[in-house]
Design a protein around this ligand. Structure first.
Ligand code: IPM
Ligand code: MG
Length: 354
């Protein structure tokens, strides 16, 4: 029996995870899914209860689970709390301790939504790209970092962008392997024209490509150009391989080509056999939290990715994906997609197809 840990978190997190719970129940009742659900507070919600965004107990439960599904973390309520206990710090600690270095962020434009994007129909129709973002290194974790006061009384803030050979190699391997199961093309994005770590990234990717993945087509692109190309002609990409910070930016940007950031799931994977961490790429959306209008699709599709990558039920993943597609084809739309459905109604439309 597999175990799934739910971390609803903050803002719209609990609202979208509630819809996932219904999907899980339906697949257990009718799809032969056997799953033990566990749940823990996370982020600001955990801070309010326990003074920390991630308790040692919740962290241990995560490491012992087969998959972890998070809703969202953060919000203005916790803007003033200490840096080390802010909700986002809990998420970063969880990613690091699970060592889920490979963040798969698909950006797929459903046919039914090709008009929902702010980009033109022909630019986004049929879009299917995969952003492979390094998730446990780079400037998110690099030392030293801090804010200090200089002798002249000025203050100075600094972070460190840093990558080792093995960190780049392991994420590049994931991108190349994935490309082989897709259109066999990888675009590696960095700023090798400005950053030493970017130049090093390019060298290591070039190296491992020549050594082990020469059959895959590899291009290098400066990250700023990549961001421009994502709105100019996003369909030119198959797999985009990039670091933690550029991946954060490029995946938000790519989401808009699909119609809404409320649609996009992600999977963070470590070494084989270890639990994966699944998260919608949207945030806690404090502006709409508590109103029951958030789009649950990203969370439901994050569970779909968990079925595929951690829970060994690709058959149910296909079924769930089909149900989301059918609901969208049937006209189901939350507010972010220009529709009127509530979170629960959107969940119900997907369940009806399931
Ligand atoms: C994301 C989010 C996180 C990140 C935040 C909440 C720490 O923006 O998953 O993209 O920056 O990685
Ligand atoms: Mg982000």
């Amino acid at each position: 029996m597999k175990t799934l840990l739910l971390l609803p978190g903050d803002g719209i997190g609990p609202e979208v995870i509630a819809e996932v719970r219904k999907v899980v129940a339906a697949l257990m009742a009718k799809g032969g899914l056997e799953l033990t659900l566990v749940e823990r507070p996370f982020g600001g919600t955990s801070y309010d209860l326990h003074g920390t965004p991630l308790t040692a107990e919740a962290e241990a439960v995560a490491l012992a689970s087969d998959a972890v599904l998070m809703g969202a973390v953060g919000g203005p309520k916790w803007a003033g709390v200490g840096r080390d206990v802010r909700p986002e710090a809990g998420l970063l600690r969880l990613r690091k301790s699970m060592d889920v270095f490979a963040n798969l962020r698909p950006a797929i434009c459903f046919d039914a939504l090709a008009d929902a994007s702010t980009l033109k129909h022909e630019v986004v129709a049929g879009l299917d790209i995969m952003i492979v973002r390094e998730l446990c290194g780079g400037v998110y974790f690099g030392q030293p970092r801090g804010i200090e006061t200089l002798p002249d009384g000025q203050r100075r803030g600094f972070d460190t962008q840093v990558y080792t050979t093995s960190e780049i190699e392991r994420i590049a391997r994931v991108a190349f392997e994935l490309a082989r199961s897709r259109d066999n093309r990888v675009t590696s994005a960095e700023k090798s024209n400005v950053m030493e770590s970017g130049l090093f990234w390019r060298e290591v990717v070039t190296d491992i490509h020549a050594r082990d993945y020469a059959d895959v087509k590899l291009d290098h692109m400066l990250a700023d150009n990549c961001s421009m190309q994502l709105v100019r002609n996003p369909k030119q990409f198959d797999v985009i391989l990039t670091d933690n910070l550029f991946g954060d930016l490029l995946s938000d940007q790519a989401s808009m080509a699909t119609g809404s950031i409320g649609l996009l799931p992600s999977a963070a994977l470590g070494v084989a056999g270890k639990p994966g961490l699944y998260e919608p790429i949207h945030g806690s959306a404090p502006d709409i939290a508590g109103q029951g209008v958030a789009n649950p699709v990203a969370a439901i599709l994050s569970f779909e990715m968990a079925l595929r990558w951690s829970l060994e039920r690709p058959d149910l993943a296909d079924r769930l994906y089909g149900a989301v597609e059918a609901a969208l084809n049937g006209g189901a739309r939350t507010r972010d997609l220009g529709g009127k459905l509530s979170t629960e109604e959107m969940g119900a439309a997907i369940l009806a197809q399931l």
